[in-house]
Design a protein around this ligand. Structure first.
Ligand SMILES: [Zn+2]
Length: 360
């Protein structure tokens, strides 16, 4: 049987059950939240891209559908496979929801990049060329007919799950293995709806940036769907404090838009979130063992010595200085540092505006 290679128009998507079940959970190849019974929670496996041996990767999907109409908020975890706090955050948000009390719905995709999640690694490994890995957050909105599996997987999710249903979206990440991040938002604050969502998060740092081609956040925003990238600290382990704050911010969004009832929790203004619009990247100029002289959330000034490297004999072979006044938001945690690898990143305000501005 031939299957259509063209993607469906968003308003033509209906729920398609493949007839398969995995561990008792129905498999869908596309999903329309409108087709689902209201006042209930639903679980599916979304049929993603095929593997080389012919089976598929399946993405766990949960939908909490309210009794009353309202927006559909998309929660996305595990686009990068080693960023496990994203998964715990989404699980905790879903556990808070009572569909019989909700207006609108919440659609969660939990562990998008299956082989990367299974391997606890950032990138999606493929068999092409004897082994090629792709960054799964540089290929959205994907292409169902693309030249590699992760691009096709993204295209299927985009065309048949996210775009037809979601009216606003939160994409949860952490930094990749070897580094550590603060609790941080990437947000295109030029968009009023994005700015509104960002203000509802009690985070440490907010980067006002116009987006990066190929990220899921930017694909959503380009499609007219307000979205944030929420970075929840370190990779590979749960950071329970940052997860709790990410959950609080996400529930604030659901409360603000009337999906769930209840008083708002803490916001960006309440915790004094620091907003910047520039990110200085300091990269190793040589090989060597890295010693950090500052740490996350430290304030730095132009010309400040922030790190050094020693060779195997203990001699200092490189020293690193910031060019800007700002706050440290990412640091390398792997002491062995190859030339070109990231030592740290500093959030700052461009155009001589002093850092420390908070959202109004
Ligand atoms: Zn990520």
């Amino acid at each position: 049987m031939m299957t259509s290679l063209s993607s469906p128009a968003p308003n033509l998507v209906v729920t398609q059950y493949t007839g398969d079940q995995i561990q008792g959970i129905p498999v869908v190849s596309q999903l329309a939240v409108a087709d689902l019974a209201p006042g209930q929670s639903h679980r599916f496996y979304f049929q993603g891209v095929q593997m080389g041996t012919g089976q598929h990767w399946y993405v766990p999907v949960m939908v909490a559908k309210g009794l009353r109409p309202g927006p559909c908020v998309g929660l996305v975890a595990g686009v990068h496979g080693d960023e496990v706090s994203s998964i715990n955050t989404v699980q905790r948000i879903m556990a808070h929801l009572d569909p019989s009390e909700m207006a609108g719905s919440v659609l969660a995709a939990i562990g998008v990049s299956r082989p990367a999640v299974e391997a606890v690694q950032s990138w999606w490994p493929t068999a092409q060329g004897g082994g090629t890995a792709y960054d799964p957050n540089r290929l959205w909105p994907g292409d169902e007919n693309g030249n590699n599996a992760p691009s096709r997987h993204a295209g299927l999710l985009w065309n048949r799950l996210f775009r037809p249903n979601v009216t606003m979206a939160l994409d949860y990440h952490t930094v990749t293995t070897g580094s550590e991040f603060t609790l941080f938002l990437y947000a295109d604050l030029r968009q009023p709806a994005v700015k509104q969502m960002a203000e509802l998060f009690p985070v440490e740092h907010i980067m006002d940036d116009p987006g990066v081609e190929g990220t899921l956040e930017t694909a959503f925003v380009a499609a007219g769907i307000p979205a944030l990238t929420v970075e929840i600290g370190p990779p590979r382990r749960f950071d329970t404090n940052k997860i709790a704050l990410a959950v609080e911010g996400s529930l604030n969004v659901l409360k603000h838009y009337g999906v769930v009832a209840g008083p708002l929790g803490r916001t960006a203004a309440d915790v004094g979130a620091v907003v910047g619009n520039g990110l200085e990247s300091i990269r190793a100029t040589t090989g060597g063992f890295l010693e950090l002289l500052v740490d996350l959330k430290d304030t730095v000034r132009p010309g400040q010595r922030v790190a050094l490297q020693r060779n195997a004999f203990g001699d200092v072979v490189a020293e690193y200085h910031t060019q800007v006044a700002g706050e440290v938001v990412i640091v390398a945690r792997d002491a062995l540092c190859e030339p070109g690898s990231r030592v740290m990143q500093v959030l700052y305000r461009r155009e001589d505006e002093r850092i420390g501005t908070t959202l109004g």
